[in-house]
Design a binder for this molecule. Structure first.
Ligand code: 13P
Ligand code: SF4
Length: 310
């Protein structure tokens, strides 16, 4: 690439030329968020992908998100800047193992968090995201046994919120398991006015002391509208960009991780760069494709969720 090239302008030109829409998750690097047409949480992005009139959906996020866009809108070309942008949580539920697990509990309904592969979606009865999980679970009769996959932390949080005893698959997100209770507690003592806001993929010990728990969009909304001016943010650091943009006079402190060598960046999300985004739009590669049988099987539980979350 010519180093003098203005990638922002080049990406805007490609959007027009190809009638492409650029969807980005809050965990993307700030430059990508700034050039996106829509930034959102998993539910918001899925809704945008389902309703777009664009010919091309460029998904600045991870593989399961781009796959979800293809499941919902198969006639569109779906591009992902780096095919290796996976998800540790989605990887923690391999389809073969999950299928065997599900067959051990034939009377259970399967509710899966959207952070999973198309194969896991196809084995599920209904999908949820962090923003609609409580209402999705509340829509199921109380006496119905449920398997919840793949996130055990979100599952445990939902069990508490809904008064259920769902059977939890043993998966987790590498970013949200990294936070240190001890260091957050010390930070709170040093910043007594700061509120701790956390994503429900965090461990129970963190969620227990949080002032607010929600999806990325819900955390952003809370941080911007709440009358508090200081927040400790227990989720991936990408969200701080929008928080700071929407509330420039407030202070946002990333929650400290256990190991000082570690950071709260998602290595999968951060594989996407502005350069890769430009190249992917120019050459229309890598593209997400899926066999139709799998897509249709994954669409069924997705549609159940979309109907409830309209
Ligand atoms: P939401 O943006 O839907 O809260 O999801 C967070 C996440 O971990 C996405 O990978
Ligand atoms: Fe997956 Fe966690 Fe990264 Fe989200 S933050 S994409 S759940 S590894």
């Amino acid at each position: 690439l010519d180093p003098s090239m203005n990638l922002f302008e080049a990406i805007e030109d490609l959007k027009k030329e190809k009638n492409a829409v650029l969807l980005a998750h809050y965990y993307q690097e700030p430059d990508i968020q700034d050039v996106a047409d829509f930034i959102g949480d998993s539910l918001g992005l899925a809704q945008q992908a389902a309703k777009t009139n664009a010919d091309v959906i460029v998904f600045a996020g991870v593989h399961f998100m781009a796959e979800t866009a293809k499941i919902l809108n198969p006639s569109k070309k779906v591009l992902l800047p780096d095919l290796k942008a996976g998800c540790s949580l989605a990887d923690s539920a391999p389809a073969g193992l999950f299928k065997a697990y599900k067959y051990r509990y034939p009377d259970h309904l399967v509710v899966s968090y959207i952070n999973c592969s198309a194969e896991i979606k196809a084995l599920s009865d209904i999908i949820c995201t962090s923003s609609n999980a409580v209402s999705i679970i509340d829509s199921i009769p109380k006496d119905q046994a449920i398997i919840f996959a793949p996130d055990k932390n979100l599952g445990a949080f939902l069990n508490k919120q809904t008064g259920r005893n769902m059977r939890l698959w043993d998966g987790a997100c590498m970013v949200h398991e990294i936070f240190s209770l001890e260091k957050i507690t010390k930070l709170k003592i040093r910043n007594p006015k700061a509120k701790l806001i956390a994503h429900p993929e965090c461990e129970d010990v963190i969620l227990k002391i949080a002032d607010f728990v929600g999806s990325t969009t819900q955390l952003l909304k809370f941080a911007v509208t709440d009358n508090c001016n200081e927040f400790i943010v227990a989720t991936e650091t990408g969200i701080l960009h929008q928080m700071q943009k929407d509330a420039p006079f407030k202070t946002f402190i990333p929650a400290p991780p256990n190991n000082s060598c570690a950071c709260n960046d998602c290595p999968h999300m951060k594989l996407n760069t502005l350069e890769k985004l430009y190249l992917c739009m120019k050459y229309e590669l890598p593209e997400i494709n899926m066999v139709e049988d799998l897509r249709l099987a994954a669409l069924k539980p997705m549609n159940r969720m979309m109907d409830i979350s309209r």
